[in-house]
Design a protein around this ligand. Structure first.
Ligand code: CTP
Length: 471
């Protein structure tokens, strides 16, 4: 068989392949090899006796069905955060059914859980009402994902050893669905060898962990690793686990700026630049296709708004900054706009009239706010975890871009040479270099759509790695 040439695939197919590869943390070539291996294995397996699917719904039907999760609430002080978690999951359109352990109900009541979840929680393995109602086997199976939050040291020990002496552990043993644990305990309990042994065993069994984080504990004066991950972080992780394979950015909020800004001189004249918005808009479209919830803040452009995203139209740099601040918080922010560095210090309310013979008017300029630097330098609690700037340069591209990365305080800079000979400003193609604190990648000359696609894949891989590192 001749070697596979990915370059010869059509653009849409390549884009889907790249997204799959990013999602699975593989190179595009490895992903293609995996698909071929799976297809060959399928072809070799004997045909099913009955070709009519009974249980398995079509992909479209599965996509239309709202996601359902089962939340097991363990007995820890962090149980109060589970109420916020339920709210955040429901905000995302996810139906939440709850199991409250006996220890869990020492911290929060079935009444409050039921009120927020919209259905009563299940508490007892031997409650005849509950068993006739759904039964623990159906509870375990009739869900897309099981979440345990807070996952106490005791609950994790029972899971690791296959115990099933109450409803929560019976459900966890009976389920065939993915399990996400949000551990919460005292730092010494977390660091204990027995807990660490159980964590390793659970991870080897395919269980996913989110957190625990470091910080103040409920006990006075106690600090360290053991805090349950914040509800928002758990909700993002849940959305990602429930997302179809080709939506690696599902659950992420992205903020993108694009286009030029217009700085008024008087009601009819303005200062502008040659930016078309094509690159920023292409990034917004690729981000939405990857499942992100996108807000695009666009300066005046002539290209259409991409579908399926929120677009805020602005004119000037100051309006752009205000719209960006209003669209926060975001998980990822990309500043692709060519923002005017200066505006006219005092723009005229009336059209400036030409007066023959009189001196020509002089424009006095003042500096605009730097939107990228403003957002990059926000305190950690408000700063998006990934902030990406662009660098439009006409000479010493790499050196200037590195300086910009340091000066603006962002995480990555996408640098491009915009000197007129390149045709990049306003054109359809781009040659960029991706610069971060750890190095530089030189990307080949390609269409602005392909640059957008590569950037989104790079972001998806990075977010996946960040998540894995946190687990
Ligand atoms: N940027 C911004 N607000 C500004 C100026 C720039 O958010 N007032 C952002 C751009 O969106 C881009 C990055 O900063 O992501 C770099 O923009 P660029 O025009 O290349 O750099 P400047 O900061 O304007 O610096 P210089 O003009 O010296 O190259």
């Amino acid at each position: 068989m001749g070697s596979l040439t990915i370059r010869k695939l059509d653009e849409a197919m390549k884009a889907r392949l790249r997204l799959r590869a990013a999602r699975n943390g593989r190179s595009v070539e490895e992903e293609a090899r995996t698909i071929l291996r799976d297809a060959a294995a399928d072809a070799e397996s004997p045909p099913a006796a009955d070709p009519t699917p009974t249980e398995a719904p079509s992909a479209a039907a599965a996509a239309a069905k709202p996601a359902r999760v089962l939340l097991v609430i363990g007995g820890g002080i962090a149980a109060y955060k589970s109420l916020d978690l339920i709210r955040r999951l429901r905000e995302r359109g996810i139906a939440v059914r709850c199991v409250l352990t006996r220890a869990g109900s020492e911290f929060i009541t079935p009444l409050s859980v039921g009120a927020i979840a919209g259905e009563r929680p299940y508490t007892d393995l031997f409650n005849p009402d509950h068993e006739f109602d759904v039964g623990h086997i159906r509870l375990a199976r009739d869900t897309d994902l099981v979440i345990v939050a807070p996952a106490t040291a005791d609950l994790m020990a029972k899971m690791a050893n296959g115990h099933a002496d109450d409803l929560a552990t019976a459900v966890l043993l009976a389920t065939d669905k993915p399990i996400l644990l949000a551990p919460a305990m005292n730092p010494r309990m977390w660091a204990n060898k027995a807990t660490q042994r159980n964590v390793t065993r659970l991870q080897n069994d395919g269980v996913t962990l989110v957190g625990p984080g470091e910080g103040e504990m409920a006990e006075r004066g106690e600090r360290g690793r053991g805090r349950m991950a914040e509800p928002l972080e758990i909700a993002v992780r849940v959305t990602a686990l429930l997302a179809p394979q080709d939506k690696p950015l599902a659950g992420y909020r992205m903020l993108i700026t694009s286009g030029p800004t217009h700085e008024p001189i008087d009601p009819v004249r303005y200062i502008a630049n040659r930016s078309s918005g094509k690159q920023g808009h292409a990034i917004a479209a690729a981000a939405a296709a990857a499942g992100a919830e996108v807000t695009l803040v666009s300066g005046p452009v002539t290209i259409p708004d991409p579908n399926g995203i929120t677009v805020v139209h602005v004119e000037s740099a100051r309006e752009m900054l205000a719209a960006v601040e209003k669209a926060m918080p975001a998980d990822i922010a990309i500043f692709a706009a060519a923002v005017a560095d200066w505006r006219v210090a005092r723009d005229s309310e009336q059209k400036i009239k030409k007066q023959t013979g009189a001196a020509t008017p002089e424009l006095s300029l003042t500096e605009n706010p730097d939107i990228l630097a403003t957002i990059s330098k926000l305190p950690p609690a408000r700063r998006p975890p990934l902030v990406i700037g662009f660098a439009a340069e006409t000479e010493h591209v790499e050196r200037h871009a590195r300086e910009k990365l340091a000066r603006k305080g962002c995480d990555w800079i996408v640098a491009n040479d915009v000197s007129p000979a390149t045709g990049i400003m306003g054109g359809d193609s781009n040659t960029v270099h991706l610069i971060s604190a750890t190095g530089i990648e030189h990307w080949p000359p390609q269409s602005k759509d392909a640059v957008a696609q590569m950037l989104i894949e790079h972001i998806a891989r990075t977010m996946l790695e960040k998540m894995k590192a946190k687990s």
